[in-house]
Design a protein around this ligand. Structure first.
Ligand code: 8YV
Length: 333
């Protein structure tokens, strides 16, 4: 208890800001969060509803959320003025209506860099899995159906030395290119801006995505989901690709018109796909699950212990900067 008015004020000033953490983050993240914040945690690990988020906005000063919490404009416009900052535990911010949040003065941050290696690892796993028919092969042996062998058995597509097209040559795209160089792949890319030569490391720049698609025996998507990139892979753009190409997506489901991809996987135009992201998450697309030539993962691109800690700490760094009066390093609005 405070004895004098002065001490009371001091107590108020020292009061930690209140932080709501929407999902079960790593223990290190929680321990660190408690150092500077009064932390509110969910009882169960599930996406928060719109109403819950609106209600919480009057009780806390900051949110630390994942891409599973959808902050659309109808949520944002009902936020209480108490809420000052939303720190995302993700590099993607497409689950947040940034314009709506900006218009009410809420600062939004993300966690770039720290998940690039983990996501590029998963992209390579998807690429190899799709090319070498990992699902079919795994199912045969696991289901006890491996009762013959022949030189024509489970023949896949060789990766080493092939052309890899990358759409979105940001941090993850560049990490993927680095991994692919280990397999001697020839790197081609399309990006809003051409990279400086030293960052290209010999990768061939294509001015348009159409031009890139024409030579992409393998294609890996690493761009954010925006209005411009929505369904960049569709019936028309798939037709531009070489026959038997492989498509990999560990970025966002919205980048692909899933029905067009399904048709191309059935017709054989596309020989395989490696997907970690889907239009509907969680759940995915049962029509894709039914296809043998799809290697699928349930959005686990950044799911390594090291990266989860790094994402949590990066989100906290952004929050700490904000509450000590500085501009957060990863402020996006
Ligand atoms: C995460 C992601 O799985 O960073 C992103 O944009 O989609 C993933 O890395 C997720 O958002 C973790 O909170």
């Amino acid at each position: 208890m405070f004895s004098t008015k002065q001490e009371k004020n001091k107590g108020k000033m020292l009061k930690k800001p209140r932080l709501w953490i929407s999902r079960f983050l790593s223990q290190l993240t929680l321990d660190r969060a408690r150092e500077n914040f009064e932390v509110y945690l969910p009882k169960i690990d599930r996406p928060a509803s719109k109403n819950e988020m609106v209600e919480l906005s009057s009780k806390v000063d900051a949110f630390l959320i994942c891409h599973s919490e959808i902050i659309s404009s109808d949520v944002a416009k009902n936020f209480n003025k108490r809420l000052k900052i939303i720190a995302n535990h993700s590099v993607g911010t497409d689950h947040c209506d940034l314009d709506a949040l900006k218009s009410i003065g809420i600062v939004v941050t993300n966690t770039p860099d720290v998940l690039s290696d983990a996501t590029a690892e998963i992209s390579m796993l998807l690429l190899l899995g799709a090319a070498r028919r990992a699902v079919e092969a795994q199912n045969i042996i696991k289901e006890g159906k491996w009762n013959s062998w022949s030189p024509s058995f489970m023949v896949g597509k060789q990766v080493t030395g092939q052309r890899l097209g990358i759409i979105g040559m940001g941090r993850v795209g560049q990490a993927m290119a680095r991994n692919a160089r280990g397999l001697n792949m020839q790197i081609h890319y399309h990006n809003r801006k051409r990279l400086p030569k030293e960052q290209e490391k010999g990768a061939v720049y294509h001015n348009s995505k159409e031009e890139l698609l024409r030579i992409s025996d393998f294609l890996s998507l690493h761009c954010p989901a925006t209005l411009e990139t929505q369904e960049i892979i569709n019936k028309k753009t798939i037709q531009l690709m070489p026959n038997n190409a492989i498509i990999v997506n560990a970025a966002r489901g919205k980048l692909i018109d899933e029905q067009a991809l399904i048709d191309a996987l059935i017709s054989g135009k596309i020989s395989g796909a490696g997907l970690d992201c889907f239009v509907k998450e969680p759940g995915g697309n049962p029509k894709l699950s039914a296809l043998k030539n799809v290697f699928m993962l349930p959005h686990i691109g950044s799911a390594t212990e090291k990266t989860r800690d790094a994402m949590g700490l990066r989100a906290l760094e952004n929050l700490n900067a904000y509450f000590s009066g500085k501009r957060p390093l990863d402020q996006v609005t």
